[in-house]
Design a binder for this molecule. Structure first.
Ligand code: UAG
Ligand code: ATP
Ligand code: API
Ligand code: MG
Length: 491
């Protein structure tokens, strides 16, 4: 078993010796003899409350802040475990985890923003792979690519993160693109990652339950550029977004090179034209003033922005731009993002998309509109135990950009599903309420006529419907086919 001294992890004990620790844990329930337990402040409770249990399980060292040390003062005084007290225990843990596990892929990039992180991370990995690199993307969909692991968090906590980074580096992965969620940035989950580049996609309303205000939400995202990206790193910034120029300014103030991406504003990588067709789009863009054309088999202008943002990250990571542009036509859509899930026999398509914010619902519906001759139907809901303010705004987006809307459940979690639906319906009073998601999908599919299209929004790649603490198996893509088969009698 690997043992590392506290000093090798950048930690100086206040009491006790420079002991060796055999593992790291930020959850007391995972402590075994010899572990360093990091007692971090939480949103519900301070981890200091659990120091007593960690000590009972044989923790060799405790890392915490002054408050944590105060909470467990009696137990700590009675224990011979080493105690490290720092101002910011989460940050210290992130760096300690990076040192404990040691290796990470040589080239790592990160992407933040309200929408598009998973898509950009996946396209970045796809570009690297098409260029012959051993690459992964890490985020909402787990670890995908040359190394696979299931995901729990969009940005995993540092012990899990660095454990998996070291494993993938040992197995030969050299390139990784990861999602930086606002929770992850705020909780310093990825402070120990060495970044070559970082991207910003956009900022619109989400997660105000956690951050309180849009400004605090933005500040959390900005940390990627002001706190994590080193000065020799490159920032890839969507200059069309209202917050893009602020990200660029913050980078410039630190001497960080900015590579802008845009379709409207000025930028190094700029989309200048687009022709859409049934299966995708031909995109004209300029790179440092020179025009180019690329074919993308992806639906939606936003996907072209995501692909170019990924191209920017790969270029920023040191690859030759010509080689990068040459592989862009190979990009395939990300599971559950504008995925063609099924078709009625008369041709009407059914798309599944992970839009679960007001902006992404609007973006997804607008992206489909030019492909639809008849009516655009949407089935959607809003998650429980999440930002409540976004519910009527999602309703309003559906009312404005779809012709017919069904409001249903999407992971009500601990909340009363009917009141979530009522909050959504406040924004789209003409929508039809159908509590059961399978039934809502069936009704959406049933009403499709030739020329119509259905968007099933909100769950994307998810395979469960969480009601209370129970996750029932549920897959929108599968339900789309089930509905078509049920209606057309061909299972
Ligand atoms: C709101 C939030 O981000 N919560 C995360 C946070 O928990 P917390 O601050 O609420 O923790 P707490 O319950 O107050 O406990 C404080 C500390 O005591 C520890 N503890 C707790 C109980 C115990 O018995 N022993 C113990 O040691 C906890 O591990 C924690 O370190 O730290 C925990 C440990 O890392 C996370 O598991 C937990 O994620 C929860 C489960 C969660 O749902 N997070 C979501 C909202 C999230 O992070 N989402 C973003 C993506 C969002 C997006 O962009 O769409 C993500 O990156 O996945
Ligand atoms: N660049 C973009 N601008 C606006 N909307 C987008 C963009 N990219 C994707 N979307 C929309 O947002 C949805 C989620 O996309 P994606 O999973 O890539 O985002 P994410 O940031 O990883 O989300 P999460 O925070 O839940 O992990 C998509 O299904 C699509 O509807
Ligand atoms: N990462 C997002 C996922 C939301 C997906 C949607 N299906 C929901 O449950 O709200 C969140 O935790 O807010
Ligand atoms: Mg994601």
């Amino acid at each position: 078993m690997v043992e590392r001294r506290l000093s090798d992890l950048g930690l100086t004990p206040m009491t006790g010796g420079d002991v060796g620790v055999s593992g790291l844990a930020l959850d007391s329930r995972k402590v075994v003899a010899g572990t360093l337990f990091a007692a971090l402040p939480g949103s519900q409770v301070h981890g200091g409350e659990f120091i007593q249990y960690a000590l009972r399980m044989g923790a060799g060292a405790i890392l915490t802040d002054r408050k944590g040390a105060e909470i467990a003062a009696t137990e700590l005084a009675a224990s011979d475990a080493s105690l490290v007290v720092v101002e910011d225990a989460a940050e210290a843990l992130a760096h300690a985890a990076a040192l404990f596990f040691g290796a990470q892929p040589e080239t790592m990039v990160a992407v933040t923003g309200t929408n598009g992180k998973t898509s950009v991370a996946s396209f970045t990995r796809q570009i690297w792979e098409a260029m012959g690199r051993s690459a992964v993307n890490i985020g909402t969909t787990g670890v995908e690519g040359a190394f696979a692991a299931p995901g729990l968090h969009t940005t995993p906590e540092p012990v899990t993160l660095h454990g998996v980074l070291a494993e993938m580096a040992a197995s030969g992965v050299t390139h990784a693109a990861m999602e930086a969620s606002s929770h992850g940035l705020d909780q310093k989950r990825m402070d120990g990652v060495r970044l070559a580049a970082a991207a910003f996609t956009n900022l619109t309303q989400d997660h105000l339950d956690y951050h309180g205000t849009m400004e605090a939400y933005f500040e959390a995202k900005l940390r990627l550029f002001t706190g994590l990206l080193p000065e020799d790193g490159v920032a890839v910034v969507n200059m069309d977004d209202a917050h893009g120029p602020r990200v660029a300014e913050a980078c410039a103030a630190r001497g960080i090179e900015v590579l802008g991406v845009a379709q409207y504003a000025n930028a190094a990588l700029k989309i200048t034209g687009r022709r859409i067709d049934e299966t995708g789009q031909d995109v004209l863009f300029r790179w440092q003033g020179e025009g180019r054309q690329v074919r993308l088999d992806l639906i939606g202008a936003f996907q072209a922005m995501n692909v170019l943002t990924a191209a920017g990250l790969v270029i920023a990571g040191g690859e030759n731009p010509e080689d990068v542009f040459a592989v862009l036509p190979k990009m395939t859509g990300v599971r559950g993002r504008m995925e063609l899930a099924a078709r009625r026999s008369h041709g009407a398509p059914i798309y599944v998309d992970y839009s679960h914010t007001p902006d992404s619902l609007e973006v997804a519906l607008k992206a489909l509109r030019p492909h639809v001759l008849g009516r655009l139907v949407v089935v959607f809901g809003a998650g429980g135990d999440r930002d409540t303010g976004k519910r009527p705004l999602m309703g309003a987006a559906a009312a404005a950009y779809a012709d017919v809307a069904f409001v249903t459940d999407d992971n009500p979690r601990s909340e009363d599903p009917a009141s979530i639906r009522a909050a959504v319906l406040a924004g789209c009073p003409e929508a039809t309420e159908v509590a059961d998601r399978a039934e809502a999908i069936l009704r959406g599919v049933d009403m499709l006529e030739p020329g119509d299209a259905l968007l099933i929004a909100g769950k994307g790649h998810e395979t469960g419907q969480q009601v209370g603490d129970v996750i029932y198996p549920f897959d929108d893509v599968e339900q789309a086919s089930v509905a078509v088969a049920a209606l057309e009698g061909a299972i």
